[in-house]
Design a protein around this ligand. Structure first.
Ligand code: KG4
Ligand code: ZN
Length: 335
């Protein structure tokens, strides 16, 4: 069985073909970084227009690359939310139109379920049950995963998502969009002992997060010490974020009794985060899994894979599904 996956929730146009037996056959991505960079962030209308320009050529390229025809595709999976409405509508319209023309199912996929399942595309996939830490530009989630489709949200960010906090802090330090990777790079040159930032929410027993205060703390420190201190501020900010993520993830593992943690979403590419989790996994005797770097950020492969899992699990597919700019994983089955 082969699934065509389409991702257009934000600023990357992703297209992939997943084969149930052979795995990922094609994975193509067009990044819109150049389009948005001069505005310092994603401009939703430009994102949607660019998806329109790039999506069909990428689908053609994927089919040509794999030497497959439309008859070889058994379903189309598309990101139905959460994300930017205009951007989502492009993927949904194209995905559903193709599925209708090819007489195959169109499967709406929750973007965060795509991220959650992405480590399962690696050669040594995690085994259920496990905890999942999802850290992207729009979400910070801790989830207990019993099996595919059984997701219990343990905690989430009450304000900014981790990636968003990285991006906003990077911007105030004068770094260009996309800020997360730029801030991480700058932090490599910082003195880790110069500043110590607060660890928000660690004094609370629950598994929720809050990152917006850290951004303000960074701003105040920046105003006081100036641009020469930017690398030290980046370092202190990143250390605080990683510390909180590690502590709450460990608590989630203790509470569930699970021995396995997967970390996915754009921020899971962060090296400082990986180093900390690697150290703690040895101490706590737990296994930590990530997607490959290409699959940490948005891509079509995770959507194709989630579509495949959805199809073989017999999940009901709603043909009238409307895209959902806001869509909690808690409501995965509410249509
Ligand atoms: O998963 P993703 O591609 O898109 C969303 O679903 O939001 O995540 C993008 C986020 C951005 O906020 C970006 O700055 C952040 O992931 N990011 C990073 C790194 N690479 C990407 N943050 C910190 N360090 C990185 N190396
Ligand atoms: Zn994402």
């Amino acid at each position: 069985m082969r699934i065509l996956g389409i991702e257009t929730s934000c600023d990357e146009t992703g297209v992939a073909i997943y084969d149930g037996k052979k795995g990922i056959l094609a994975n193509f991505l067009h990044s819109q970084v150049a389009t948005h960079a001069k505005y310092g962030g994603v401009v939703p209308e430009l994102a949607a227009r660019d998806h329109i320009r790039k999506l069909l050529p990428l689908i053609r390229e994927s089919l040509a690359y794999t030497h497959l025809n439309k008859q070889d595709i058994n379903a189309v999976a598309y990101t139905a939310g959460p994300g930017l409405i205009g951007a989502l509508l492009v993927g949904a319209s194209v995905g559903r139109s193709l599925a209708w023309a090819w007489n195959i199912p169109a499967i709406p996929i929750h973007h965060m379920e795509g991220h959650l399942l992405s480590p399962m595309l690696e050669p040594d996939p995690p085994k259920f049950p496990f905890c999942a830490l999802l850290v992207s530009g729009g979400h910070t989630l801790l989830i207990a995963v019993k099996e595919i489709g059984k997701y219990h949200v343990l905690g989430e960010s009450l304000d900014d998502a981790v990636g968003e906090a990285f991006d906003k802090t990077a911007k105030l330090l004068g770094l260009t969009y996309p800020g997360g990777p730029a801030l991480a790079k700058l932090a490599e040159f910082g003195n880790p002992h110069r500043f110590y930032f607060p660890r928000p929410m660690l004094d609370r027993p629950d598994l929720n997060f809050s990152f917006s205060g850290l951004k303000t703390y960074a701003l105040n420190t920046f105003r006081k010490y100036g641009i020469e201190s930017a690398p030290d501020i980046a370092c202190a900010f990143q250390d605080a974020v990683v510390d909180v993520l590690v502590s709450k993830s460990c608590r989630a593992l203790q509470q569930t009794g699970y021995k396995c943690l997967i970390i996915a979403g754009g921020v899971s590419a962060n090296q400082a985060l990986r180093n900390q989790f690697s150290a703690i996994s040895k101490k706590m005797k737990i296994k930590v899994y990530y997607p490959r770097l290409d699959f940490c950020t948005d891509n079509g492969a995770m959507i194709a894979f989630a579509g495949y899992q959805s199809l073989i699990s017999g999940r009901k597919i709603d043909l009238n599904f409307k895209v959902r700019p806001k869509w909690s994983l808690r409501d995965l089955y509410l249509t």
